[in-house]
Design a binder for this molecule. Structure first.
Ligand code: SF4
Length: 184
């Protein structure tokens, strides 16, 4: 078959997904490294959803291959950005509830009686999701927070705080430092 793209969705334990069990962070790390190598030889594009830390893995592979930081940031990995929830997308439920994304079911208002534009632009949750410096836990300290940022949906599903760490990523940043920034 003439495959164009393989998109792998990583589980977020919300809704019907809460009955399923996630892979471990160690399995995720092993799998994403395998996936990066596959992406280098496949004739089709490989993408992940809710596995933001694939960007960290790709960055480190490219760095090990001799690419400079600037070269990596100009690649398709660097040109993208990490957190999409409330940052270019939002989700409206069948009863009109407005969420930052379909996997992040925190109501910020209702389409009936609220201004969608005002909520998107000014609601504190939307604003904090667009500011990686508001992240807490290890994601908040991580130099990859701009290009990755972790899954906000998984952070919310596992801790109740959408700005906390992504539990699927095993990476442990040493201390808070400057973030790699796609705009730099
Ligand atoms: S610690 Fe968070 S920001 Fe850093 S690579 Fe892991 S998921 Fe991404």
């Amino acid at each position: 078959m003439d495959i164009q793209r393989w998109v792998l969705f990583f589980l977020i334990s919300v809704g019907r997904g809460s009955a399923l069990t996630e892979i471990s962070s160690a399995q995720s790390e092993q799998f994403l490294n395998w996936l990066y190598n596959k992406s280098q030889e496949a004739s089709f594009a490989i993408k992940t959803t809710e596995a933001h830390h694939f960007r960290r893995i790709a960055f480190l592979h490219m760095q090990a291959a001799g690419l400079s930081e600037q070269e990596i940031l100009k690649s398709s990995i660097g040109r993208g950005f990490g957190i999409r929830d409330g940052n270019g997308i939002l989700f409206i439920s069948h009863v009109g509830q407005i969420y930052p994304s379909g996997f992040l079911p925190i109501p910020t208002g209702n389409i009936i009686g609220s201004s969608l534009v005002e909520i998107y632009r000014d609601h504190p949750l939307f604003k904090s999701l667009r500011n990686v410096e508001s992240l807490s836990g290890k994601c908040g300290n991580c130099p990859f927070r701009w290009i990755c940022g972790g899954s906000r949906a998984r952070a919310y599903a596992s801790t109740g705080d959408p700005l906390e760490s992504d539990s699927l990523c095993p990476y442990q940043p040493q201390s808070k430092g400057a973030a790699l920034d796609c705009d730099s």
